[in-house]
Design a protein around this ligand. Structure first.
Ligand SMILES: [Ca+2]
Length: 170
């Protein structure tokens, strides 16, 4: 899908002859973007210097300047947040993370999806992200895995933090 922008909405129409009388009804299915509506878990997966703060900052359907922070000090620090999406996701979905990473820093961030949050995680993409002076929308690409849960994971090689404002599936 050529999803463009933050409020991308996909609308599908089907034409059905409900009564078999030659009169057609049009049905419109609005599969508006889903977002993280609650936090399941946030914490340290590995290492001594990793941490997570303000996990609820990742909740919400659009950027609001309230960020969840993932951070670490050195390899092999790994910090992660697991969120539950506002609706079940199926078919092909495009994952965007609105985040802030300071200019001059780099972070390796991976996004995983899961249907049950029970050892069924699938990697969507892992990206080496360069910081910038303003928040950025990071395109993690598409997944065809059915999912209800997402995990944003920061894997640290040098001291860094990564602030997540929201995650959208569209
Ligand atoms: Ca936010």
């Amino acid at each position: 899908m050529g999803a463009s922008g933050w409020w991308a909405v996909r609308i599908y129409t089907t034409k059905t002859d409900t009564h078999g009388d030659g009169h057609y009804s049009f049905h419109i299915f609005d599969t508006q973007s889903a977002y993280v509506s609650s936090i399941v878990w946030g914490g340290v997966i590995d290492g001594w210097g990793a941490g997570v703060e303000n996990v609820n900052g990742m909740i919400g359907s659009s950027p609001d300047g309230n960020y969840a922070r993932l951070h670490g000090e050195s390899y092999p620090d790994v910090a992660a947040i697991i969120g539950k999406m506002s609706s079940q996701q199926s078919g092909t979905n495009h994952i965007y993370v609105h985040a802030y990473l300071p200019t001059g820093t780099n972070a390796y961030v991976a996004v995983y999806v899961s249907q049950n949050n029970n050892y069924d995680w699938t990697l969507v993409n892992g990206l080496n992200i360069a910081g910038s002076s303003t928040p950025q929308t990071i395109d993690f690409g598409t997944t065809t895995v059915n999912f209800r849960y997402v995990c944003v994971c920061l894997m640290v090689y040098i001291q860094v933090y990564f602030d997540v404002d929201c995650l959208i599936s569209s």
